[in-house]
Design a binder for this molecule. Structure first.
Ligand code: SAM
Length: 275
């Protein structure tokens, strides 16, 4: 019996509240695992086991999979779909309430995240793992296409913004493939894409201050950076102009034209001046 038949015959009710849009196409599932670069040495944390289809595809390549699922109603489905796999542990819990400490104790060392994320909590999950996990090496996640484009955007493009830089502070994001909404059961209203984020060594700058500078720079999209910084950081226009010149940029530059390295440097200039 296929997993689709099992879901139908067992009367499983998809819960929209939990973002339950499942993938059963084995080519796509294998492609996600390949994009993540999972090998037999890897421990993988999955967020949202669903019907266990991606879990199974990961388990076939990884050393161990620990998969978090909030919905207890999936127990009988997973008993069926994960039968015979001895390197999978399913934890029935809300991954965000569990906390990173619990995740790390189950991973027992470095790990990759691979997930078809529940879209209603994409950003909180990404930021929780990127900000707080010591042992995370990469995250390969299926997310809404519009969000994926923003995460992987380059400077001076329309998708480049605060979320791009918030993620780039911790790692390099690249879009590996787009996925039609038709691939999901039930079908959502949006298309999706897969993004892989490889963690970088942290920038040696104060993250809160970095966020403040980025927020100021993007506060008024049509204004030049000098105006945005003066107002958002509460400094004089002359001081803002001084920062921009120190970056080697013209005074006509806009926030969206700066790279992550420019923003890190700008944060340092602001910090040295203000504190
Ligand atoms: N991995 C499966 C697949 O690819 O078909 C399911 C993906 S589905 C988009 C997201 C899954 O995450 C659902 O099964 C949902 O119940 C689960 N989920 C939602 N919120 C969660 C949370 N806070 N913690 C753990 N799992 C969650």
């Amino acid at each position: 019996m296929t997993i689709n038949d099992f879901l139908r015959e067992s009367g499983f009710k998809f819960n929209k509240k939990f973002g339950q849009n499942f993938i059963t196409d084995t080519n796509l599932l294998d492609a996600i695992v390949a994009d993540a670069g999972v090998t037999e040495n890897d421990t993988v944390i999955e967020i949202g086991t669903g019907a266990g289809t991606l879990t199974r595809a990961i388990a076939q390549k990884a050393k161990k999979v620990v998969s978090f699922e909030i919905d207890q109603n999936l127990r009988p489905v997973l008993d069926f779909s994960l039968k015979g796999l001895n390197n999978v542990e399913v934890v029935f819990a809300d991954v965000l309430s569990c906390g990173i400490k619990k995740v790390e104790s189950l991973a027992e060392g470095s790990y990759k995240v691979v997930a078809n994320l529940p879209y209603y909590i994409t950003t909180p999950i990404l930021m929780e793992f990127l900000e707080n996990s010591e042992n995370l090496t990469s995250m390969t996640v299926m997310i809404q296409k519009e969000v994926a484009l923003r995460l992987a955007a380059s400077p001076a493009t329309k998708d480049y913004g605060r979320i791009t830089l918030a993620v780039e502070f911790f790692g390099n994001a690249s879009l590996t493939r787009t996925v039609s909404r038709k691939m999901f059961v039930p079908q959502p209203n949006v298309d999706s894409a897969i993004v892989r984020i490889d963690k970088n060594p942290r920038f040696d700058t104060d993250r809160k201050l970095f966020s403040k500078v980025v927020k100021a720079a993007f506060s008024m999209r049509r204004k030049v950076l000098t105006t945005c910084l003066a107002s958002g950081l509460n400094v004089s226009k002359e001081k803002a102009a001084e920062f921009i010149s120190a970056l080697g940029k013209p005074l006509t530059v806009r926030g969206e034209e700066l790279s992550i390295h420019d923003f890190v440097r700008l944060t340092e200039l602001y910090k040295n001046d203000a504190f």
